[in-house]
Ligand binder design. Structure first.
Ligand SMILES: CC(C)(COP(=O)(O)OP(=O)(O)OC[C@H]1O[C@@H](n2cnc3c(N)ncnc32)[C@H](O[C@H]2O[C@H](COP(=O)(O)OP(=O)(O)OP(=O)(O)O)[C@@H](O)[C@H]2O)[C@@H]1O)[C@@H](O)C(=O)NCCC(=O)NCCS
Ligand SMILES: Nc1ncnc2[nH]cnc12
Length: 299
């Protein structure tokens, strides 16, 4: 197993296999934090199911926990396998196992298919010790661009149909581009909002809203077509224009966005996944920084 790059020339406590497990814990925590973040427009949160009929926050948390072994296996593979095409094949197989584990845990409800994809690529990419979000996301993008020989040619998923009908990149395009909505939109907004003195929940909701404002979210497209996608983007932009959800005007605009999403029966599930991805990258960076300072990082 490789040592973390951070530790190359320094002596630290070393516990074999600990970093993949830590990455899996951080991925599960990011999914749970996203599910419980409240209020979110049209999405599952602590108040209820949003625009969904088959989802609730406890199911989302249960699903997140069921994914832990798969995230750990992907991170382990990311640390063990240097050859990227081999690694891509390996994590594709683990990703499909993760989808089966999700379906088994939720009795067939799609809680986290997009999140398995995004967070799976990120834990794999972070396993070699990179902590800077842009570097991890770039490596995840390089992996996503590789062909997965085990992938079915056609999945029949709603996202795939929306991508073909509307010519958008969706979850696949976002990953192949190195997660621009995570690195260039969500993370800067998370930090800017914290910097304005907002509490952590407000900063996270601001980051979510910033993603909704410009993402081609196939979850919105599949349920409500281009009209729903435009409405969500417009509504989210109004929140940002009002100064974000830390302001009275921003909270009013968020309420209006939520009312519109519920009336249309649509939800920005792709943006929620990317918020979780941003929380994960943020946590990876903070964990390495903190644990390095305390000499606790393991390889
Ligand atoms: C590459 C895959 C992600 C497949 O993607 P594809 O686009 O072909 O199809 P879907 O699986 O349908 O869509 C992907 C989900 O990704 C989220 N998403 C949407 N837009 C974006 C975007 N622009 N950027 C990032 N992510 C995006 C979204 O997921 C969330 O919504 C889901 C809930 O939606 P809902 O409508 O309620 O549920 P459905 O079951 O679809 O409908 P109902 O029956 O309930 O009405 C929820 O999952 C959220 O996560 C999209 O839905 C990938 O699956 C793949 O190829 N996997 C293979 C394994 C692999 O290679 N893994 C690699 C290692 S990880
Ligand atoms: N909070 C949430 N609500 C609905 N769909 C989601 N997909 C990922 N997170 C979600």
């Amino acid at each position: 197993m490789k040592a973390l790059k951070l530790l190359d020339s320094r002596a630290c406590a070393v516990t074999a296999g600990a970093w993949p497990d830590r990455l899996a814990d951080l991925a599960v925590a990011a999914l749970i934090d996203e599910a419980m973040l409240t209020p979110k427009p049209g999405l599952v949160d602590l108040r209820g199911s949003g625009a969904h009929r088959d989802l609730h926050w406890l199911l989302m948390c249960h699903s997140a926990h069921a994914l832990r072994p798969s995230f750990a296996a992907m991170a382990q593979a990311g640390g063990d396998i240097d050859h990227l095409p081999t690694l891509r094949t390996r994590i594709g197989a683990i990703g499909r196992t993760a989808e089966s584990a999700m379906m088994a845990a939720t009795n067939g409800v799609n809680t986290h298919r997009g999140a398995i994809w995004a967070l799976g690529l990120i834990v794999t990419a972070a396993a070699n010790g990179d902590a800077a979000p842009a570097q991890v996301a770039a490596r995840a993008g390089a992996l996503a661009r590789l062909r997965d020989p085990g992938a079915p040619a056609v999945t029949g998923n709603k996202g795939e149909a929306a991508r073909m009908t509307y010519g958008v990149g969706g979850a696949r395009g976002q990953a192949e581009a190195g997660f621009p909505h995570v690195v260039d939109v969500a993370l800067p907004m998370l930090r800017a909002s914290r910097g304005r003195g907002n509490d952590e929940s407000t900063a996270r909701i601001d980051a979510l809203v910033a993603v909704i404002a410009s993402l081609d979210d196939t979850c919105l497209l599949a349920r409500g077509g281009p009209a729903a996608l435009s409405a969500a983007r417009r509504g989210a932009q109004a929140v940002l224009d009002a100064g974000g959800t830390g302001t009275p005007g921003g909270r009013r605009a968020l309420h209006a966005l939520e009312t519109d999403m519920l009336a249309r029966g649509v939800s920005p599930g792709g943006a929620a996944d990317l918020l979780a991805a941003a929380l994960l990258l943020d946590a990876i960076e903070q964990t390495q920084h903190t644990e390095w300072q305390h000499g606790e990082i393991a390889v």
